[in-house]
Design a binder for this molecule. Structure first.
Ligand code: 5GP
Length: 218
């Protein structure tokens, strides 16, 4: 039983930050602990890495196919990241939100700022690394990046950190569990914003449609 509030409306959470910061691991932890949350699967023109599955990690498409999707207006946002194109399919996001589910986007900073323009109600969460050394280690640990790609990604790090003040929240990914717990707390708090509360019905002397003070955590 829930009160008549907008807690039940879906929210769009955008998790982004510098490459190599461990956003993917934080997302996996969040998704495992929150059945209401759905990950938006992006389209990309880059080659699949080992273990990545079509439709789960990404939709892997040619550059021509990607350009057609852009022209047809099928992407909510798209960006070129380190020489490859990445984009968020628009329809699945709209459908999940309309159905009351929360959507999680794990995208780069340019994309996050474009989503804010398109859908100002979205919640932007910046995931920051504890230090440059940690990013270096994480990128090296993947074993899939060439030295040139690694150098390029590290060179961008300082610039990317400069976008942090444009976000709603900042979380340091020192451990995945802690960062995911903090993002989870942000998600709960966003659902409980006073501006989303619709329980009060003036005139009947009651709050909401239940006698108790029950709330359903998102
Ligand atoms: P990777 O190739 O390592 O999976 O991702 C490279 C970067 O692209 C990451 O920062 C990731 O968050 C970002 N990215 C993944 N999907 C999208 C997307 O749909 N849109 C944008 N703008 N960036 C994305």
């Amino acid at each position: 039983m829930t009160r008549r509030t907008e807690e039940n409306a879906g929210l769009l959470f955008v998790l982004s930050g510098p490459s190599g910061v461990g956003k993917g691991a934080v997302c996996r932890e969040l998704l495992a602990g929150n059945p209401r949350l759905r990950l938006s699967v992006s389209v990309t023109t880059r080659e699949p890495r080992r273990g990545e599955a079509e439709g789960k990690s990404y939709y892997f498409r040619s550059r021509a196919e990607f350009e057609t999707m852009v022209q047809d207006g099928l992407l909510l946002e798209w960006a070129e990241v380190y020489g490859h194109f990445y984009g968020t399919p628009r329809l699945p996001v709209q459908d999940i939100l309309a159905g009351g589910g929360d959507v999680l986007l794990e995208i780069d900073i340019q994309g996050a700022l474009k989503v804010r323009e398109a859908l100002p109600g979205c919640i932007l969460i910046f995931v920051a690394p504890p230090s440059e050394a940690v990013v270096r280690e994480r990128l090296a640990g993947r074993g899939s990046e060439t030295p040139e790609v690694m150098a390029r990604r590290l060179a961008c790090l300082g610039e990317e950190m400069g976008f942090l003040p444009r976000y709603d929240y900042a979380v340091v990914n020192d451990t995945v569990a802690r960062a995911a717990a903090q993002v989870g707390a942000i998600m709960s708090a966003e659902h409980l914003r006073a501006s989303r509360y619709r329980g009060w019905r003036a005139g009947n002397g009651k709050r909401g449609d239940t006698a108790d003070d029950e709330r359903t955590a998102p």
